[in-house]
Design a protein around this ligand. Sequence first.
Ligand code: HGY
Ligand code: MN
Ligand code: MN
Length: 412
Amino acid sequence: MSTYLQRAEKIVDRINELAAISEDSSCVTRTYGTPSFVEGSKKVLTWMNEAGLQTHIDNIGNVRGKLVSKKAGAKTFVIASHIDTVVNAGKFDGPLGVIMGIDLVEHIKNTDIDFNIEIIAFSDEEGVRFHTTFLGSNVVTGNFDTVLLNKKDANGILLREVITSNGGNPNQLVQDAIPKESWLGYYEMHIEQGPVLYEKNIPAAVVTAIAGQKRIEVALAGFAGHAGTVPMDMRQDALAAAAVCILAIERFGLENKDHIVATVGKLEVNHAASNVIPGKVVFSIDLRGASATYLEQAYHTIEEICTTICKARNIGIEWNLVQETAPVLCDKNLSNLLSGSIKEAGHSVIELVSGAGHDAMAVATVSPVSMLFIRCYKGISHNPLENAEVNDIAEAIKISEAFIQNLIQQHS
Ligand code: HGY
Ligand code: MN
Ligand code: MN
């Protein structure tokens, strides 16, 4: 019988195995639907098969493994996270929750559980390739918007083409949903991606809520011109206008730092050249907040700020909300069970709100959700320095195993 530490060591080995599968040999990057993503999915499928689960890869590319209950008409409890990554990613954001989930079901000895347990490796939580997040979890919850099938990636490839080329059928996504009435609940284990647990020297915490988020694409249209001949006071410089907007967004975020965070993570200059006055730029805004009201107010205020700046500079502005997810409250009953499991494992209970988005947000539309945060090095994430210690993973497995047993008891 493996110890929690031995199980954690095996989990870290698998984390490293999966991280080695990347579309960039210099770093970890595995974005939705790419050949490296498909290769990584097959490795996860192998692990699920080794765990004796009933497995398949669904049409959008989620990898799914089910421990089927003997009870007819049993509901399903989902343990999941994502296996797609950001660019130049860490190794733990997403895969840790999936690989720990496989470990948990692999070590369940109960033979009479009154519900199914399904492990899911969601295929696109980060939304890097098509700028829309939760593609995989929205399919499983039945909330997938088929309009997105015509979204194009940076190379002009349609989402529907990626699904088809990877063996999925874009017209059958609806069949991959778990019906709303069949959900028993959801549990996601994830690194904290923040500094609290590291500062408090505590291995894990209960997540009570997940901040809402809005992703916006802003296109500024000026007038391209010769950098040597157009006088400074006769220019419509789209990049200079974007720079003023970006600093104004940062200032607004700082002035409202207790309620929101605002980030400009992408800036593209069309037809960029050092001797051309930029005629068109596109930048992203990632806006988050735990309060839906505050998030909405901040969204409209930032739009007004940017519109005013552009008007004063005779620059056109196109404001496009590409994705939004409302703030989510985690389920009280599941969170209480989880808190009890943390106490059983001998740790004090810390409750945290997640600033990062998670598939749990998509699942909350159809099911009670719960999350466990696991300490990570200095809270660093979306960065190759991202790291979780094997001892903390061992504690998280101990806590999660108690949580699942408490859940089984509650439903026996
Ligand atoms: O952006 C996020 O919050 C998550 O990592 N997708
Ligand atoms: Mn992430
Ligand atoms: Mn994540």
